[in-house]
Write a protein that binds this ligand. Structure first.
Ligand code: COA
Ligand code: ZN
Length: 315
């Protein structure tokens, strides 16, 4: 396999994850998690979202979280925004980057942000302008890029048209999001092999959900196409409140473990990251879907059983 030597992971657990938690997480615990993720070496963190507080009450404290986190120079603290109002709030709160949201499918866009795709594109044009004036970088995410829970298949031709419209508006980064885990590795490869040469200079990100256990295979497929930016959630938290059947993102520590096992650098300290995941399990009050937190890393060794020891020493 031809894979990149380094991958940048954007941690989205405090946004994509915390947004669907049933119990309100205290602001100070959100701040604690962001700070521990920073300390574990995450270079990019999607801290929160600046959306309507009635749409996502869990993240109504976005300003306060941004104001209270301890920032490490060089780490990018981003937030999700759907429109200019969100962009203005995010910029006032001092984000380093804006991640916009728009769906490839009309029905999911209407369910998620109460706008048609065209209405969203008009708002995102304004977001890109506001952000450029404030010197804040923008990554444009496309939800339901590989399939929609309402409409089913999203053909690559259609996805390409949405990408083209964002690029025309001035997007420099595009995130392809598999909102409900419908993508498969061949589909990811075919989409990227089509899109990457058509939009040279665009920075691509893959945003996966592990709803059907295809997140890491899909990430490997994207990496083989040259994608080096990937979103992930601590513990495998995550899910869109406006997409039925949505479940968690690819688990950050499982992904980091997989990448490190293959010799691919992330800049992240896996042991510290597992510690953050344990703390997040305490905060949300349940076990999360991550595997490495249960199994330990593949370098873990167990004592040889007593029955085997004597034969092993004679062998
Ligand atoms: N933050 C806070 N308030 C906002 C806002 C934002 N980003 N965008 C709009 N509003 C306010 C407006 O100021 C207006 O307030 P008013 O009634 O006091 O004048 C009100 O919301 C309605 O504005 P409108 O543009 O008609 O918004 P809407 O009701 O159609 O909602 C969204 C559109 C995008 C704001 C809303 O659907 C939303 O926040 N969705 C969140 C989606 C999400 O986070 N999904 C999960 C992540 S993928
Ligand atoms: Zn998501």
């Amino acid at each position: 396999m031809r894979l990149p030597e380094r991958v940048t992971i954007c941690e989205v657990g405090t946004r994509d994850g915390f947004q669907i938690e049933p119990d309100l997480i205290p602001t100070e615990q959100k701040v604690e998690v962001v700070n521990s993720l920073t300390a574990a070496g995450l270079e990019r963190i999607e801290v929160t979202s600046f959306v309507h507080p009635k749409a996502v009450p869990q993240l109504a404290d976005a300003e306060e979280v941004m104001a209270r986190i301890t920032r490490r120079p060089g780490t990018v603290y981003a937030a999700l925004v759907p429109n200019e109002k969100g962009a203005a709030r995010a910029i006032a709160a001092g984000v380093n980057a804006i991640h916009t949201v728009l769906s490839a499918s009309e029905s999911h866009n209407l369910a998620n942000v109460n706008m048609t795709v065209d209405e969203s594109l008009a708002k995102l044009g304004a977001v890109l302008e506001v952000a450029a004036r404030a010197n804040v970088s923008v990554g444009c995410g496309i939800s339901t890029s590989f399939g929609c829970p309402f409409e089913g298949d999203v053909p690559v031709d259609h996805l390409e048209r949405v990408v083209a419209q964002l690029v025309d508006l001035g997007a420099a980064g595009i995130g392809l999001a598999d909102t409900t885990g419908m993508a498969n590795p061949r589909q990811v490869t075919e989409a990227l092999e089509r899109l990457m040469p058509r939009f040279p200079g665009i920075e691509w990100t893959l945003h996966t959900h592990d709803t059907r256990a295809m997140a890491i295979p899909n990430i490997l497929a994207a990496m083989a196409c040259g994608v080096t930016n990937v979103d992930a959630s601590i513990g495998g938290l995550g899910g869109c409140p406006f997409a039925p059947g949505a479940s968690g993102n690819v688990c950050t520590e499982d992904l980091v473990h997989c990448l490190h096992a293959m010799g691919i650098a992330t800049g992240i300290d896996l042991d510290r990251l597992i510690g953050v995941s344990r703390r997040v399990e305490q905060i949300v009050g349940r076990a999360l879907p991550g595997q490495v937190i249960k199994a330990g890393p593949s370098t873990r060794r167990y004592p040889v059983p007593d029955t085997v020891g004597p034969r092993l020493s004679r062998a």
